[in-house]
Design a protein around this ligand. Structure first.
Ligand SMILES: [Zn+2]
Length: 443
């Protein structure tokens, strides 16, 4: 096997992942030294916030926009603030737009159901709540080499100088950086990126360094595509019909017990409150925290197992939108929080990047309603949570498996990838359904 691999002509693609080395504490020889940084932080944060608001409400984010606000920061710091704000505003706009499209889609569904009289009695008309512009609460400075530079030292008591330009003209702050052994190990032989992150938590400053690592992608370009559907009944379902992990069974039992416990605690709190007790038991439960950690571990295990059982495949996984996650979580009576569900694609992405496995994120819109045989899209193709049954060609399959098969087909589907929003995707799929009908002599 090994020999065959060496002889075979194989073009190995490369891709880079950025790895962060976090929690490097900025300690000081003399305590007043970071005062200059403390003085800079609020000015920077306020300026960054101004641009965030501006880019979210007035103009499209532009990292290289001309300056518009007045500040006591230097031109270079001003540029850093604009860049960081543009990044924040960009992801806010993307997420908001996605959520808004999902809302429009829900609304359309709602009205369609109203017309054909299939509306669930308990269903409320979807409402749109405009998103608030992000508020920068914590000091987080994404600085580049123009304002912060890391230089190795000859001194043996610490590893680097962090040179930070300050509010005072031409005054540069030299902060010694001492690495822990595990930081040193992680950074050994690496070229550290010029951009660094400075975080202030409480009165302490922390530094995050990063480096780029090149990971070869050993996946054959024509390797079979395995689609991964993400859910709660099955954390991952593959398009070849395997299931990995579940929230049912033990996790669900634990979740129920935890909820009961919280209910009892809330009752107790009310009772004590009436009696005028000052110190009340907290409502956050430690077992709840443990449960969340446990769910994440189970998700990791399921994803790792799935990859291990498909050594020669490439993968297609879904780009879960906020609304899809909420919908999937709601479908299971909120046994699982949407944020937990979001951990599944994150873990897929991380595992694939780490091992250099080709994994493509594809659009998830209508992947659960589309028939993988004739492309007919309709809500009624899902008579219940587990079942997919096409209303036209009567193809019947486990719902998650049908979705995984659709996702696998979306790798390299440029027409679908080019669709903006969900409505054009539905239109495209129904067009394909019409084509399928003609080709198969459907009446
Ligand atoms: Zn069908």
């Amino acid at each position: 096997m090994k020999q065959k691999r060496q002889r075979g002509k194989k073009t190995i693609k490369l891709h880079t992942i950025t790895k962060a080395v976090t929690h490097i504490r900025l300690t000081l020889a003399n305590s007043g030294k970071l005062a200059a940084l403390d003085a800079l932080a609020p000015v920077y944060l306020a300026l960054c916030q101004q641009y965030v608001t501006f880019f979210c409400t007035q103009e499209q984010p532009d990292a290289f926009r001309d300056t518009i606000f007045v500040t006591s920061l230097s031109e270079r710091w001003h540029r850093v603030a604009i860049q960081q704000a543009a990044g924040i505003a960009m992801s806010w706009r993307t997420n908001r737009e996605q959520a808004y499209q999902d809302y429009l889609d829900d609304l359309l569904d709602y009205h369609e159901q109203q017309v054909d009289d299939s509306l669930d009695e308990q269903a409320d008309e979807p409402a749109w709540h405009e998103w608030d512009v992000p508020t920068l609460r914590q000091t987080c400075i994404q600085a580049n080499g123009n304002v912060v530079a890391l230089e190795p030292t000859q001194d043996s008591t610490f590893d680097y100088w962090l040179k930070i330009s300050t509010l005072e003209f031409r005054k540069v702050l030299f902060v010694p950086v001492k690495l822990a052994d595990y930081h040193r190990e992680a950074l050994a032989g690496k070229t550290i990126n010029r951009s660094v992150i400075l975080n202030k938590l409480g009165d302490k400053w922390w530094l995050t360094l990063s480096y780029d690592e090149v990971v070869p992608i050993p996946t054959e370009p024509n390797a079979p595509v395995v689609g991964l559907d993400v859910g709660i009944a099955n954390f991952v379902t593959t398009s070849d019909g395997k299931h990995y992990g579940t929230f049912h069974g033990k996790l669900r039992e634990r979740q129920k017990r935890d909820r009961e416990k919280r209910r009892r605690k809330a009752k107790l709190r009310k009772c004590l409150e009436k009696k005028g007790v000052q110190k009340l038991p907290s409502t956050t439960s430690r077992s709840g925290q443990r449960l969340i950690r446990h769910v994440l571990q189970e998700i990791n295990r399921a994803v790792n197992e799935c990859f291990a059982e498909h050594p020669d495949a490439q993968f297609a996984y879904e780009h879960l939108s906020v609304a899809t996650m909420k919908h999937k979580a709601r479908a299971m009576n909120a046994y699982m929080r949407a944020s937990n569900l979001a951990h599944i694609p994150e873990q897929i992405e991380w595992y694939a990047a780490k091992r250099g496995i080709q994994a493509t994120r594809v659009k998830s819109a209508y992947s659960s309603q589309e028939c993988s045989v004739c492309h007919y899209v309709d809500r009624t193709n899902r008579p219940d949570q587990q079942t997919f049954c096409c209303q036209v060609c009567h193809f019947r399959e486990h719902a998650d498996l049908n979705a995984a098969m659709n996702l696998a087909c979306r790798v390299g589907d440029t027409a679908l990838a080019a669709c903006q929003g969900r409505a054009p995707i539905k239109a495209l799929l129904l067009q394909r359904h019409e084509l399928w009908k003609r080709q198969n002599g459907w009446p």
